[in-house]
Ligand binder design. Sequence first.
Ligand SMILES: Nc1nc2c(ncn2[C@@H]2O[C@H](COP(=O)(O)OP(=O)(O)OP(=O)(O)O)[C@@H](O)[C@H]2O)c(=O)[nH]1
Ligand SMILES: [Mg+2]
Length: 193
Amino acid sequence: MIIKKAKFLTSAQKLSQCPNFNLPEIALLGRSNVGKSTFINALTNNSKLAKTSNKPGKTRLINFFSFNDDYIVADLPGYGYAQVSKEMQNEWQKNLEKYLLNRNMLKLLIQLIDSRHDVQNNDLQMQDWLFHNNLKSIVIATKIDLIPKSKRQLKIAEFTKATKRTVLPFSAVDKRYNDNIINYLNSELSLSK
Ligand SMILES: Nc1nc2c(ncn2[C@@H]2O[C@H](COP(=O)(O)OP(=O)(O)OP(=O)(O)O)[C@@H](O)[C@H]2O)c(=O)[nH]1
Ligand SMILES: [Mg+2]
């Protein structure tokens, strides 16, 4: 399954610049380079929709995409990217927190975590902050194709224990994981398709 109709809408630096799309919204959170932008491209089968890079720090703005005119997916800049000044990092963190706490149509956060590593400290910090603020989130374990098949289940079990949430495996190069994720999002957003 893929999302057949997807469109880039606009970019924003902070909440006050985010348009009102009147659709439920999902936002992607995660360390730089975890595969947030690639996730959008894989679900829509369009490698040019969101800009990706093999170097961290690619996404610098909140980028909005519509999926099937049913909901919005917001691609956020990654955390844990050290190549920008402390001032910029603080400024971004402030903007991100404001967006996450005040965006009215935000229904679900997806925290992406790289399957090749353990859950990192900044992932856990983000998790604590999400729990503290009662924001609903799930975890997606990215790049699962880079883990041997025999170890994938164990990885998901480890992540489930560490993150105390639903964890869904994902790979941008192996489309078999798409269905489960699209079905999960449709059911969370109460969409019939
Ligand atoms: N093998 C494999 N590589 C992946 C997968 N997902 C992403 N990548 C690679 O990981 C790198 C980073 O992907 P991005 O989508 O740009 O990461 P991001 O989380 O958007 O990063 P920032 O914009 O810096 O926050 C790219 O080189 C992707 O090709 C995956 O499922 N499997
Ligand atoms: Mg990105």
